[in-house]
Design a protein around this ligand. Structure first.
Ligand code: UD1
Ligand code: CA
Length: 522
């Protein structure tokens, strides 16, 4: 997958040793995520911008955790609290109880200065300090674990002090250029930043990806020697390469076979590029895992979503956040699920929006269903067109098939919610609960003025406004008594015809013709 070059060997090194989880012993990871990201022109820190629904920085942090387990430090600075929160939320419980160490870089004085901030975390100079560091930019979401493992392998095999990942690009502008030593054997001699490069250096097409493996004993001593006399007045991490080379140490490089993997996101255009690539990777992963996509290109799946085998996704389905979908489900077009748990054999028809909700096995939803946060649709329940629910538990086998709003409601098993049923859960100040027992039949156009309870087995007559609790097995009916007036409709039509289209239907009841109209008739 990659080529490598190195300088001559000097010291003998231990081979890479993996623990049972495949994590590399003695290795620590440092993720740099303190930068402002000026070129994004955003109010939000660059590393928080999502790629396939996941903050960019979490790609680097996740990669770090997979190769080094518990020794991961993230350097934060710009919007530090928010970046910290995002990382803590994503890693809690997923990193074997060990939370990622967050280090603050108060002033963003450059990538070298950023890495230096992590010194206290690792007990540098003491026994048990890391033997090597993997350093990652927080803005390279396309980087693959296999590439990083290859970088570590080459670092060991070539007995290098520093090993960098590089890529050869047609347009290298914006990136640090890799200056090779005169003889290929000598490997890399330095990296020159875009803004510091002269015309000749600018023509170099090999770029620094921003992924480094550095020996433990070398890293922090070299960082102490950095000097910010460059175009940006910053402490460049990349200058440790020149320092290593000058000290006669070996700097090896691994060149990416697929240069796209090295994409560093500095601008919105690059963010859009990264998004496209990651989306494609996610689709391929689920296609390979046994999910059918009728039109992969229009199917949007966040990095954090899980989908079971033999589930079928129709065009324009969007699956977001922590959504988990079971096996043998069918999701028809233009449906969006955000943070939803969906069981097996669930069918969701077109144009549904489901958020923070739980759908159990064999349920059937749609078309045009809106589930707001806190809904549970139990086994075999049915939710039909133009039904909105919020904080509602719809019991097993219950049906709300047409045009309803159910909010703050607990619905038992086998309940029929008639068309147009509305829970009046809000009095303008507070929200109230509605409870509907097992086997209740709600006739069409029922209004339930909460707080209210309908006992099991009760029947509510169509059009009833339920304001008081209904006992189990009772009939509740609340309607204005009906009056039929014989011939009324025919008389009105006759009058309307006479009015010759001025008013097809007079506003007042047409019992007796009005005076003005009777005059005209004469
Ligand atoms: C950096 C490299 C460049 C490389 C490119 C690859 C340096 C000096 N240059 O340039 O050689 O080609 O990445 O994408 O390292 N950061 C901090 N603190 C700071 C400054 C930056 O934590 O004071 C973080 C940023 O949040 C970001 C990363 O470091 O995650 C890289 O910073 P960025 O400003 O994007 O560096 P580039 O100019 O892209
Ligand atoms: Ca960058």
């Amino acid at each position: 997958m990659s080529r490598s070059r190195a300088t001559e060997a000097s010291t003998v090194k231990k081979p890479v040793s993996l623990d049972r989880q495949g994590k590399i012993a003695g290795l620590a990871v440092i993720v740099m995520a303190a930068g402002l990201g000026k070129r994004m022109r955003s109010k939000q820190a660059k590393v928080l911008h999502p790629v396939a629904g996941q903050a960019m920085v979490l790609y680097s942090v996740g990669l770090g955790l997979r190769v080094a387990g518990d020794r991961v430090a993230v350097v934060v600075g710009h919007q530090a609290d928010m970046v910290r929160q995002v990382i803590e939320r994503a890693t809690s419980g997923k990193s074997g109880g060990f939370s990622v160490a967050i280090v603050e870089q108060r002033e963003q004085l450059g990538t070298g200065h950023a890495v230096l901030q992590s010194r206290p975390v690792f007990g540098v100079g003491k026994r048990g300090a890391p033997s090597g560091y993997l350093i990652l930019n927080g803005d390279t979401p396309l980087l693959q674990e296999a590439t990083v493992r290859e970088l570590l392998r080459v670092h060991q095999a070539e007995r290098a002090t520093v090993t960098i990942l590089t890529a050869v690009l047609d347009d290298a502008s914006g990136y640090g250029r890799v200056v090779r030593a005169p003889s290929a054997e000598r490997g890399v001699s330095r990296i020159v930043e875009d803004r510091d490069a002269n015309a000749e250096e600018q023509s170099i097409r090999e770029i620094n990806v921003g992924t480094y493996v550095v020996d433990g004993e070398f890293l922090f001593s070299a960082l102490g020697k950095l000097d910010p006399s460059n175009a940006q007045g910053e402490y460049y991490l990349t200058d440790i390469i020149r320092l290593a080379d000058r000290a006669g140490r070996r700097v090896a490089a691994v060149i990416l076979d697929n240069p796209d993997e090295g994409l560093g996101v500095n601008t919105r255009r690059q963010l859009a590029e990264a998004e496209q690539v990651v989306r494609q990777q996610i689709r391929d992963r689920w296609l390979d895992a046994g999910v059918t996509m009728v039109d992969p290109a229009s199917t949007w799946i966040d990095a954090t979503v899980t989908i079971g085998k033999d589930t079928v996704l129709y065009p324009n389905v969007t699956l977001e956040g922590a959504t988990v979908i079971g096996e043998d489900c069918v999701l028809r077009s233009h449906t969006r699920l955000t943070n939803c748990m969906v069981g097996n054999r669930v069918e969701i028809l077109d144009h549904c929006v489901l958020v923070d909700s739980h759908i159990e096995d064999d349920a059937h939803l749609g078309p045009f269903v809106h589930l707001r946060p806190g809904v549970v649709v139990r086994k075999k329940a049915k939710v039909g067109n133009f039904v909105e629910m919020k904080k509602t538990d719809l019991g097993e086998g219950s049906k709300a098939n047409h045009l309803s709003y159910l909010g703050d409601t607990k619905v038992g098993k086998g309940v029929n919610i008639g068309a147009g049923t509305i829970t009046c859960n809000y009095d303008g100040v507070q929200k109230f609960q509605t409870v509907i027992g097992d086997g209740v039949f709600l006739g069409s156009d029922t209004q339930l003025v909460a707080p209210v309870t309908v006992g099991a087995g009760a029947i509510i007559a169509a059009g009833t406004t339920v304001t008081e609790d209904v006992p189990a097995n009772a009939l509740a009916i609340a309607r204005v008594p009906q009056v039929n007036r014989a011939g009324w409709a025919a008389r009105r039509r006759a009058l309307a015809t006479e009015a010759q289209g001025a008013h097809m239907f007079p506003a007042k009841a047409p019992k007796k013709p009005a005076k003005s109209q009777s005059k005209k008739r004469r």
